[in-house]
Design a protein around this ligand. Structure first.
Ligand SMILES: [Zn+2]
Ligand SMILES: [Zn+2]
Length: 282
């Protein structure tokens, strides 16, 4: 199975992190089904959990794609060291914005960062799935906070007739809330940088080297970052054009191939050498 074919290169930290995520996925699905069928009959809105299950399904497909999509530099580029400079670690061709990842033991196309929770790098090939994963998981967390928390408070004052089920269901709700808050603490620090990077077209590595460039593209950010083409075009470079294909975990018809990049005319070339000194492989 594709999901497990990379398992040989996962270290113990990665195996633990991936297990935590999978247990979280299984538990949230189980609890949402329990809620779907056992919510207080007087409310008559248990159908709302169908919406949650759709979010769950989209998140899981995004997660699967994040784990299984190869983010490495394609073989033909790796072999072409006459066109692309050779990587100091693996000696193979490395296009601009690619970096060597010591955990993946390969150069990664438009490398963003290595993520233990997916056992893979976030790079050009899976960045859309990673961003969608963050988006759908955030919606799931908001759902739990807005729907389950008021229900848990209600249940405190108006318990079910059967005390055993009451305790079990409220325990599930409590676990759901804890998982949501834990999920939020996991994704918030990463999401903050990756979402800014989406709007201003930079990777987490470039963020570390060049510093914060704000939330949206501006003439200031374009001076610092030659890849910044304006907020909308930066988004289209990852999500393609069209809302439906942008929201689904399917490949986008983006014009960028992750190897050659369009640049803006406002970039201040003098900054390039200064940045080059700081670039290192990860
Ligand atoms: Zn390399
Ligand atoms: Zn990696």
């Amino acid at each position: 199975m594709k999901f497990f074919q990379n398992i040989y290169r996962w270290d113990n930290d990665t195996k633990i992190s991936i297990s935590i995520v999978l247990i979280g996925f299984i538990m949230t699905l189980f609890i949402s089904f329990v809620d779907l069928f056992t919510l207080y009959p007087q409310f008559n809105f248990s159908w709302i959990y169908l919406f949650y299950i759709v979010l769950w399904f989209l998140s899981f497909v995004c997660y699967y794609k994040c784990v299984t999509t190869s983010t490495e530099v394609p073989e033909n580029i790796k072999m072409d060291i006459s066109t692309y400079p050779a990587c100091s670690k693996c000696g193979l061709g490395k296009p601009e914005r690619a970096h060597h990842c010591s955990k993946c033991n390969s150069c990664i196309l438009e490398m963003d960062h290595h993520c233990n929770y997916i056992g893979n790098c976030v790079g050009f090939a899976n960045k859309k799935y990673f961003l969608l994963l963050l988006f759908y998981v955030t919606l799931m967390i908001l759902f739990i906070l807005l729907v389950n928390t008021p229900l848990a408070i209600y249940a405190f004052f108006y318990p079910l007739r059967n005390p055993f089920y009451h305790c079990v269901f409220r325990l599930f709700d409590l676990i759901h809330c804890i998982l949501s808050v834990y999920g939020f603490t996991l994704i918030a620090p990463t999401a903050h940088v990756v979402v800014k990077g989406l709007f201003c077209n930079y990777t987490t590595i470039e963020f570390i080297v060049k510093g914060d460039m704000g939330w949206v593209s501006s003439s200031e950010s374009r001076k610092k970052n030659k890849y910044d083409l304006g907020t909308l075009r930066n988004i289209q470079q990852i999500f393609g054009i069209g809302l439906l294909q942008a929201l689904l975990p399917i490949p986008s018809n983006t014009t960028c191939n992750g190897i050659n990049f369009e640049t803006n005319g406002e970039y201040n070339e003098a900054l390039e050498n200064q940045y080059n000194e700081y670039y290192e492989d990860y």
